[in-house]
Design a protein around this ligand. Structure first.
Ligand SMILES: [Zn+2]
Length: 86
């Protein structure tokens, strides 16, 4: 009988530990979704030349033919301008 009580106690303890672990995982998930929202706020743009994604804030911005393009470097911007002029 004493043993049964001990096992029941252990099960309750295990249950609480499991709940704490699940709560921690849920908290991490929350942080993840928050950083995803942040990533959307700091928008990623694609370089049309080398197809690399760069954050809009650090991209090279060029206005060509009334349209704004974003490049990873001034080199790619020049390549794009050359492609257009041909
Ligand atoms: Zn590039």
């Amino acid at each position: 009988m004493y043993r049964l009580l001990l096992i029941a106690g252990l099960l309750v303890l295990f249950y609480y530990l499991l709940r704490r672990v699940i709560n921690k995982i849920n908290e991490r998930g929350g942080v993840l979704s928050r950083s995803e929202v942040h990533a959307q706020g700091s928008q990623m743009v694609q370089d049309p030349v080398c197809r690399v994604f760069i954050p809009r804030a650090s991209a090279v911005c060029e206005e060509i033919g009334g349209q704004t393009y974003f490049f990873c470097s001034t080199g790619c911007a020049k390549v794009f301008q050359n492609q257009l002029s041909h």
